[in-house]
Design a protein around this ligand. Structure first.
Ligand SMILES: *Cc1c(COP(=O)(O)O)cnc(C)c1O
Length: 412
């Protein structure tokens, strides 16, 4: 009798893939997000494309003629990078920044033509993929320069333009000022790699300490001068994220890199009130029940009715990005009114107390993030409000909306 070898895996997805030319394709199996056509339950994120265009205009007005490279990492902060990139490219975005190589490949495959800067600096050994998709790598060490030069020579292609990242105070990625001369020399020795951009990143741009920003910019100017002394002249320099481009004209340099502002959220309250949030998260009530005073709700019975209450159930839970930390803490809008979350948020479902929401019934819209106009009034739950409740930042609130939640794109 023949026994099958449990180690011999024959699943097609686990086989190495190869293009017709025999070159390995990127083995990047991107998890697919639910799409509107798949949507059965009413839970969804709505992305307002007009708001994205408006926010790009607001940023452009602020920075004058400085080119805007919109930051679309992490699937465009949870908004869906393909649709967002297409919208912003048509609206005049001058470039796009992503964190991962695979995020850049996804956008090229979607037909995006503007420069795409891969900021995360991690390429595995997929240098060929990087070059084939015309992506601009951010580099910060000698080994990366050597690898890219080798790849260019090996493939017989044209010289590659790179951006060198300098660490001026973030202590995250980037050549430290001490390491910069060695990287510069590696570049000077290798005409296959062209220093097109020089960049840095601020640690405290959304704070109120302007000194931190100025200190990093001084250091960046010093490193720029040093590189020029060595004989390299970067075409462009850039540093500003959303907060820095609002706060500091000096930080705008030759390109700005806004992420959060493009999605309509102020890095700090009052910084740019004309921005419009692009994403809202909505669902609908799927069940309503009356409970008696003293009766408990949800896992762990952490909420008990103080009076006869009406409890509504919505089909969204922590697996969708409605944080469990909002249990007995957050609110949801129903009929234009706030209904408190009652009990523990569970994986797929959450209960809300609609006792004071007159007429609340199955089928009523429930808004987790965003605005609602209803018969009882109108109200808005912002990403900043949720972030404060959760002890986090709006960036995380946006990226937490999970891939189970289909994104619907709206032209209002
Ligand atoms: C995420 C990121 C940005 C954009 O930051 P926002 O605060 O969202 O505008 C810019 N530059 C780098 C290097 C980043 O990682």
């Amino acid at each position: 009798m023949q026994r099958s070898n449990p180690m011999a895996v024959n699943h097609p997805l686990l086989q190495p893939t190869a293009s017709a030319l025999g070159t390995p394709l990127p083995r990047v199996l991107r998890p697919q997000r639910a799409v509107p056509a798949d949507a059965v339950r009413p839970t969804r994120a709505e992305v307002n494309l007009a708001a994205l265009r408006h926010n790009l205009r607001v940023v452009k007005r602020l920075v004058g003629n400085v080119p805007v490279w919109t930051v679309l990492k992490a699937d465009a902060y949870g908004h869906g990078s393909k649709a967002v990139a297409r919208t912003l490219e048509r609206a005049g975005a001058d470039g796009v920044c992503v964190a991962l190589l695979e995020e850049g490949i996804e956008l090229r495959a979607a037909g995006i033509k503007v420069p795409i800067l891969v900021m995360g600096g991690y390429y595995g050994n997929a240098w060929g993929e990087l070059l084939r998709h015309d992506l601009t790598p951010v580099i910060y060490d000698v080994g990366q320069v050597v690898s890219i030069a080798d790849e260019v020579r090996y493939s017989g292609g044209e010289a590659v333009r790179v951006h060198l990242k300098v660490d001026t105070g973030m202590a995250r990625l980037g050549a430290t000022p001490k390491e910069v001369p060695a990287v510069a020399r590696a570049l000077l020795d290798r005409p296959e790699v062209i220093l097109d951009g020089l960049m840095t990143h601020f640690a405290c741009a959304d704070g109120t300490d302007a000194g931190s920003l100025a200190g990093q910019l001084d250091l960046f100017d010093g490193v720029t001068a040093e590189i020029q002394r060595l004989g390299l002249v970067p075409r462009i320099r850039h540093a500003a994220n959303s907060a820095a481009l609002v706060q500091s004209a000096r930080a705008r340099l030759d390109v700005v890199r806004p992420g959060l502002a493009i999605f309509g959220i102020e890095p700090r309250d009052g910084m740019a009130p004309e921005l419009r949030p692009a994403m809202s998260v909505r669902t609908a009530i799927v069940a309503v029940r009356e409970i008696e005073a003293g009766q408990a709700v949800g896992y762990g019975s952490t909420w008990t009715a103080a009076r006869r209450s009406r409890i509504a159930t919505i089909p969204m839970g922590y697996a969708d990005g409605l944080s469990r930390a909002l249990s007995n803490k957050g609110h949801v809008l129903v009929r234009g009114r706030r209904a408190p979350i009652a009990g523990a948020v569970s994986m797929d479902l959450t209960m809300i107390d609609v006792t004071d929401v007159q007429g609340a019934a199955t089928g009523d819209e429930a808004v987790i993030l965003g605005s609602q106009h209803g018969p009882l009034g109108e109200d808005t739950i912002t990403a900043s409000e949720l972030a404060r409740l959760l002890g986090t930042i709006p960036w995380e609130v946006l990226t937490d909306v999970s891939r189970r939640v289909p994104r619907f794109y709206r032209e209002p």
